[in-house]
Write a protein that binds this ligand. Sequence first.
Ligand SMILES: O=C(O)c1ccc[n+]([C@@H]2O[C@H](COP(=O)([O-])O)[C@@H](O)[C@H]2O)c1
Ligand SMILES: Cc1cc2nc[nH]c2cc1C
Length: 356
Amino acid sequence: MNEALERLVHSIALPDEEAMRLAAAHLDQLTKPPGSLGKLESLTIRAAGITGQPKPELSRKAVVVMAADHGVCEEGVSAYPAEVTPQMLLNMLAGGAAVNVFARQAGADVICVDMGVNADVSHPSLLSRKIRKGTANMAKGPAMTREEAEKAILLGAAIADEACDQGIQLFVTGELGIGNTTASAAVACALTGLEPSLLVGRGTGVDNEGLNRKTAAVQQALSVNQPNREDAIDVLMKVGGLEIAGMAGLILGAAARRCPVVLDGFISGAAALAASRLCPASLDYMLASHVSGEKGHVVLLEILGLEPMLQLDMRLGEGTGGVLSLHLLDSACAVMHEMATFASAGVSDGTGVPEV
Ligand SMILES: O=C(O)c1ccc[n+]([C@@H]2O[C@H](COP(=O)([O-])O)[C@@H](O)[C@H]2O)c1
Ligand SMILES: Cc1cc2nc[nH]c2cc1C
């Protein structure tokens, strides 16, 4: 690992136990039977541990959409042509993608980043962090160099750091990249040793023949490149993607600043797994928004040990599931600031009820 990455990984601290204890104690004073807000209560306690604030304040939110292209598209692994990546990126920059609609409703900023789109895309609000024009075809050799993978991780972390400086308190991981469910499946297989058939799904909607081509491409990428399971950077450079490495960096960068990172779908899951291998402590900063319809996502969440808030059979990516879950997180935090306590509202807390 290079020095800057080493420093990043070591700057990630454990959750604040005292803030978690205070949050749990406050929850028990609110006008409700203990634990009656169920998983919202555990979310609030986790948010307290992450931020170090017993009553977390997470009003400034951003979804970071990292876009990149994939050389493996040559193998016929997607239902859509690679040109859709820049076209959808422009649509997103114009505010017309699903993630823009959801983000407006949830009060989140959308930050679009070009990590490695084939075409030249320019727009005043696009962060241009293009490392190269798409990856090489991983079925024939490494997707990128080790230096490029490290650069992508560090650029992702820097984006989180800069957004935090500008007041962002919570991140959602988003992405855009035709072919990226193939790269994500390969990353997940390489890091877990699981069979491609368990992690390869239909992505944007390939038919059975497409699914066979996709599984074969992942198998071939693994056998040609022989990624080292113990070295997440080796995995990302050989069979990953520029946006996947960037998202892993964003997660680490957010964790280093004690910000929660809400994970979206399958691609986010693969990036999160890579981040967790680079720094196991980063797992404490991740919240799973939904389980996507992409076949391997449920497997990844299980491995990460994260329970999703929603199951809506969505499989769009962009950060859409992550942004939808912000409404729940907002409610979980608002409870801490706005709900009355038994004492303030003069409600009996049940301690005086005789046992029967
Ligand atoms: O988030 C998911 O679980 C998800 C599942 C299937 C597809 N996607 C999106 O679809 C694109 C990748 O699909 P594919 O078939 O080209 O690999 C990419 O732009 C993702 O954002 C996303
Ligand atoms: C239209 C379209 C929109 C997307 N958003 C994220 N991935 C996508 C893939 C396609 C094909």
